[in-house]
Design a protein around this ligand. Structure first.
Ligand SMILES: C[S@@+](CC[C@H](N)C(=O)[O-])C[C@H]1O[C@@H](n2cnc3c(N)ncnc32)[C@H](O)[C@@H]1O
Length: 314
């Protein structure tokens, strides 16, 4: 059931509205927020557009998705008109994002036949049909990958960061990279750099070198296109704040949910494939194995998620 206009009736949305009125919002960072004791997670098995239609307006801080692109790699790459289908979830994503919110989309640049889509199609659509702002195109560079003989072996993927407005939340300090001792000394002598920020570490830039998960990676839970925790962690830390809501409506194995548990963000996940639930259980087992807490409050419905009703299990 759609609950678009009930924002006054739940606690999370009320505090979000209060923060919007706060003029210093753009300067806020993770330290200004309290981590919840246990985050709420709703993991639904249904079509993404149906799921999105049930979410309230402006209720989500970050959307982090890795969509299908009709490459006919698996059963879920099946849409006849890619952008017609994608436009439905792009528009719904815009509606559910908070004014300070962001959407991150993984993808690539490729076309094989008329039915396939890619990030260029999405950028083109968003540019001409929505008010989204493209803040960064990130290059995810990895050294490990498949070999190739008929083309140059692929060693990067692209990720776009779209913001709903120029008032977007961005906590750079939470993802700065430490300088080596030697580089720090040099950087502190550089008059162009602010020494206060230099001590905090460097901006990780828009080229991220993070290994892909290969077959024997310890993080692997079996999903064919599972993304590394490290890359999701960067987006969750920098573009959402503790206690806010993160959404992944192409959840796959639930890597986003896993990161939300460790980072103290509430999480909405959806995938059309029921196996998504099994993959997520594997993530939880792996977390426990490495000594991380995998505790969260499981929520059973969108209504229970937003109205703080007892609708879930511990
Ligand atoms: C590329 S995978 C996501 C992998 C994920 N990022 C991870 O780390 O495990 C895309 C997912 O979208 C799901 N999917 C495809 N079409 C969908 C739809 N219409 N609604 C919801 N989920 C869908 C697929 O089942 C698949 O698990």
């Amino acid at each position: 059931m759609a609950i678009h206009n009930k924002s006054h009736s739940n606690h999370a949305l009320m505090s979000l509205n209060k923060m919007r009125k706060d003029k210093s919002w753009k300067q806020k960072s993770a330290a200004d927020f309290e981590k919840p004791d246990k985050v709420k997670i709703l993991h639904s098995i249904m079509d993404c557009c149906e799921f999105l239609r049930g979410l309230p307006n402006e209720s989500v801080q970050l959307i982090c998705i890795d969509p299908p692109y009709n490459l006919e790699l698996t059963g879920w790459d099946i849409y006849d008109d890619y952008i017609e289908w994608a436009s439905m979830w792009i528009n719904e994503a815009y509606r559910v994002l908070s004014p300070n919110g962001s959407m991150v989309i993984f993808g690539g640049i490729q076309f094989r036949d008329v039915k396939s889509g890619d990030l260029i199609d999405i950028i083109q659509y968003a540019r001409h049909n929505t008010k989204f702002k493209l803040i960064n195109t990130l290059i995810w560079h990895y050294k490990n990958g498949m070999s190739a003989h008929r083309y140059f072996a692929n060693r990067h993927e692209e990720v776009i960061w779209l913001a709903k407005s120029n008032e977007y939340y961005f906590d750079l300090d939470s993802v700065r990279e430490p300088y080596s001792e030697e580089d720090l000394k040099l950087a502190l002598k550089d008059k162009r750099l602010n020494p206060e920020n230099t001590i905090k570490g460097k901006n990780p830039t828009n080229v991220w070198q993070i290994g892909r998960l290969n077959g024997n990676s310890k993080e692997r839970v079996g999903h064919p296109t599972q993304k590394p925790v490290e890359i999701i962690e960067r987006f969750v830390k920098s573009l959402s704040y503790p206690g806010s809501i993160v959404l992944d409506f192409f959840a796959g194995s639930g890597t986003v949910g896993r990161v939300c548990i460790t980072e103290g963000r509430h999480c909405l996940m959806c995938d059309s494939d029921p196996t998504s639930i099994e993959y997520f259980s594997k993530h939880l087992e792996l977390m426990k194995k490495i000594g991380q807490s995998a505790e969260y409050k499981r929520i059973e419905s969108i209504n229970a998620f937003f109205n703080n009703k007892q609708g879930g299990n511990e």
